[in-house]
Ligand binder design. Structure first.
Ligand SMILES: [Zn+2]
Length: 82
């Protein structure tokens, strides 16, 4: 007996079986935990930066006063896979 979930194939009028055990989230998310306890995550660093920047604007505007190099260093030190 076949197990799995039916997935539509883009552009092809048929369905293929994908193993049920395949995790839906294979690519790890990138995340940052702020000092204030705020947890932010996104699919890539590039997507995470604007989220973090918005949080800094809202909650820690003083961080945005720091040199960009220092902000990038803080980001690089804190970002991690989920
Ligand atoms: Zn914060």
């Amino acid at each position: 007996m076949r197990t799995g979930v039916l997935l539509p194939v883009r552009g092809i009028r048929r369905f293929v079986y994908a193993p049920a055990a395949t995790p839906t989230k294979e690519i790890p998310m990138r995340a940052i935990d702020c000092d204030c306890g705020k947890h932010m995550e996104a699919e890539t660093d590039e997507a995470l930066v604007p989220i973090v920047t918005q949080h800094m604007k809202d909650t820690h505007p003083e961080v945005l006063e720091l040199p960009v190099e220092q902000q990038q260093k803080m980001f690089a030190e804190r970002v991690h896979d989920v």
